[in-house]
Design a protein around this ligand. Structure first.
Ligand code: NAD
Length: 301
């Protein structure tokens, strides 16, 4: 079993770290929130006084932080993780946060110059997937590093993909979430039009699921309250994947589109729609609440 340091114990990091413990790995954790660390200590992890201290003797270091600026600070800024690692030894670094591909690539370049391996490995599957250990990991890095990290990622996920070289995992994640944002907005728009023209949304959903408009949103995440059990729309849009995170991810996709001069008119519309929804105070609701932007009913914030 491996010695693993896990940094960032939020909604995703906590269940991911728990699955590593369940698999028998020796875990040291760090988070700026002591409460978050204490929960993992109760499950058998050791807590460290700082990020740098958490990586001592680690075979693998996994980070799961909110955004690029946190990850940059951890590896290259005040926390000095790469500097500490270059003095300490041979850990391999896995960043599973969803961040800008160029930030991942900058960190990987500095790591490589110090003889350290760093891969980007963002995830899809949400908090549910993190709890059940069924996440999809999209890994950017060399084939050799991919082969090294795959067994560890398999204790937290079901589908582990090698997307390509450094940064490719982040690019794949931005592509996936741009399509998801478009699908959710398009499905919400369509269902709302059907309802306003007198259709039962449950019947319309069944029809489209089995017709050429069928998609993952209709199959697994219907945005209209009361159509599907166990999804955020049937729980006042609580839980699930926040509008704030979808807004962030669409911003990452728009940066990629700008940089590569890729036309993304639909992605850009989706990005504006989520910005509007967030600006109305719905940032902490699940992203399927975009349906309420069309429906304009008063959902609780
Ligand atoms: P979160 O905000 O719940 O957790 C982030 C954690 O990082 C917090 O516990 C915070 O205290 C900690 N943290 C922040 N700065 C730190 C630092 N410098 N050192 C140590 N700890 C620090 O976020 P989350 O929902 O767990 O998401 C994490 C990442 O996963 C994000 O990049 C997000 O986009 C991505 N993601 C989230 C979901 C989801 O459904 N929540 C799904 C897929 C991907």
């Amino acid at each position: 079993m491996a010695k693993i340091s896990f940094i960032g114990l939020g909604n995703m990091g906590t269940p991911m770290a728990r699955n590593l413990l369940k698999a028998g790995h020796e875990l040291t954790v760090f988070d700026i929130s002591v409460t978050a660390m204490d929960k993992l200590v109760a499950d058998g992890a050791r807590k460290a006084q700082s990020a740098a201290k958490s990586i001592s003797n680690a075979d693998y270091v996994i980070s799961m932080l909110p955004a690029g600026r946190h990850v940059k600070q951890l590896y290259l800024g005040d926390d000095q993780l790469l500097e500490t690692a270059s003095q300490e030894g041979t850990a391999i670094f896995i960043d599973s946060s969803t961040i800008e591909a160029d930030v991942s690539q900058d960190i990987e370049r500095v790591a490589r110059a110090k003889g350290i391996s760093f891969v980007d490995a963002p995830v899809s599957g949400g908090v549910g997937g993190a709890i059940s250990g069924t996440l999809a990991f999209m890994v950017g890095g060399s084939k050799k590093d991919f082969d090294l990290v795959k067994p560890v990622l398999e204790t937290m996920g079901r589908n582990i993909f090698h997307a390509g070289e450094s940064g490719a995992g982040q690019i794949a994640k931005a592509c996936n979430n741009m399509l998801l944002g478009i699908l959710m907005a398009g499905t919400s728009e369509t269902l709302n039009m059907g309802i306003r023209n007198g259709l039962d949304p449950g019947v319309l959903s069944q029809i489209m699921k089995k017709s050429s408009g069928g998609n993952w949103v209709l199959e697994a995440y219907n945005p209209v309250p009361g159509i599907m059990n166990g999804v955020p729309s049937s729980n006042n849009y609580q839980g699930g994947f926040q509008v704030n995170l979808m807004h962030k991810d669409l911003g990452l996709a728009m940066e990629l589109s700008q940089k590569s001069v890729s036309p993304t008119p639909l992605g850009s519309q989706a990005s504006s729609l989520y910005a509007l929804h967030k600006s109305k105070g719905y940032g902490s609701l699940d992203f399927s609440s975009i349906y309420e932007l069309y429906n304009e009913s008063d959902v609780d914030k």
